[in-house]
Design a protein around this ligand. Sequence first.
Ligand code: F6P
Length: 476
Amino acid sequence: MVTEPPSQAQVLVASNRGPLSYTLRDDGTLEAKRGGGGLVSGLSAIGPDADAVWVCAALGDGDREAVRRTGGRPDPADTGGQRVRMLGIAPEVYADAYNGVANSALWFVHHLLYQTPLEPSFGPEFRAQWASYETYNRAFAEALADEAADGAAVLVQDYHLALVPGILRALRPDLRIGHFSHTPWAPVDYFRLLPDDIARQLLRGILGADRAAFLTHRWADAFTACCTELLGGTGNTTIGVHGLGADGDFLRERANRPDVDERIVTLRGQIGRTSTGEERKTIVRVDRTELSKNIVRGLLAYRLLLTDRPEWRERVVHLAFAYPSRQDLAVYREYTAEVQRVADEINAEFGTDDWTPVVLHVQDDFARSLGAYRLADVALVNPIRDGMNLVAKEIPLVSERGCALVLSREAGAYEELGEDALVVNPYDISATAAALHEALSMPADERAERAKRLAAAATALPPQQWFLDQLTALRA
Ligand code: F6P
């Protein structure tokens, strides 16, 4: 078979979560729901006629039933025409790989989340989970090898699939393989918490790619340092950096649809007005509820603001949208409960008949999140560590109030937004409270100026560009 010129070659994307999910209805029919996100927008850049296949895992019962009925090739009517190969991984293998390895060990290492009493112990249980992680990665590599035309470009995503490039390289040396990490990368000493053989296997897996790319130089350098320390170098793999920005056109259009206007009416009711009739100011955060987002310390900083600066009482509302994720794992469930508990405590301590200091929503609602973005005076983004954090880019872009941004220096977005944000050490609750005060007190013209520059920086690298740049670099 003749290898097609690289520019014409097929593109494959591999990621744990695919572009759609299925729900099994009571009457036995399946409902397909298409998802959004950077990768979906990014892939749209290669156009509807391009030869592209997306390989993903079946995540829940609905997906697994869809795999059973379709042989893992969902109907194009459900996928919007996108060719999708959905893998029906055995539920026990999937649970071990996704919960046990990816979202416990790997997520915790890359986000520096291990601390007493949450220290890691890697014994026989972890070894069994690791075997599942290998099986799950092999299933992806074999499916990709099976789907790929000669010389195809394969873009493998994230920490779930770190072993795929190495396995795929052995199966199909003709392919151009890229790996992209959406997370931070751990510093060497922290990465070495993992058992030595597993740490090396993860690095060698990614180095099976022609190109390993990261969201910032900081994460790319940390990966290189790990390779140097554990393997003596990065071998023939090129290391790249591709920042990911907000999808400005999509967000601005979506944020002005009627369903968002409706949510704004409800939110305004919850925010309310001061006794002198002024509209209250807002501090907005929107996160998935997981430990790296540092939601509890954000709430504690807000409590400190209300304690130390009573002038803000009844004049500000914290809209905290914390959407539960990864609830199969106790540590994530407990964190979600802790967020709820601290928010309740603040409301009990400071709330009045017509002022609720924290409006906490845990039910995912994209239209409501966009409504909050539009009403934001201050955006609070204070992760302990984050690959990028797109919310930091989205809120200043959509806010109608020229919002100020309080941003953790540990978010990847800091590299691009640091100059116009109020930057905090995410562990420093006092400094975060002080930054919230400064943000709320900032003169309107200064806030508007900064918001304009933040919005420009936020859209400098739209997802389509991010995707095409990776592809071009991989094919070069
Ligand atoms: O932030 C890193 C990331 O891998 C994203 O790319 C992805 O959307 C998410 O985490 C995966 O988490 P979950 O499996 O909980 O959706």
